[in-house]
Design a binder for this molecule. Structure first.
Ligand code: ZN
Length: 88
């Protein structure tokens, strides 16, 4: 995979599940840059060790960054205005 290639948000399901302990791929996320609202599964995922970056499918702004180290996980969600989770 080159630095310019990406896959859809479903490819990050396992990594997101390991961080949030729930499946957030069907959660709606609002991009803080352009205001687009879309399910996390529609974001563009760039996955390079030691982490992943989910970008807005409309404007490419980074929505969520997750990096992992030994015994630690860093989450940068500044690119999101909100994340709307579906609850029973
Ligand atoms: Zn956007």
């Amino acid at each position: 995979m080159s630095k310019d290639s990406f896959v859809d948000g479903n490819a990050a399901a396992g990594a997101l599940l390991s961080v949030f302990s729930i499946d957030i791929t069907d959660a709606d996320a609002q991009c803080a840059a352009c205001g687009n609202v879309a399910p996390v599964a529609r974001s563009r995922v760039y996955a390079f060790e030691p982490g992943i970056v989910l970008r807005c499918a409309v404007c490419e702004h980074p929505l969520l960054r997750i990096a992992r180290g030994t015994g630690r996980t860093w989450i940068d969600a500044r690119g999101l205005t909100y994340l709307e989770l579906r609850t029973p």
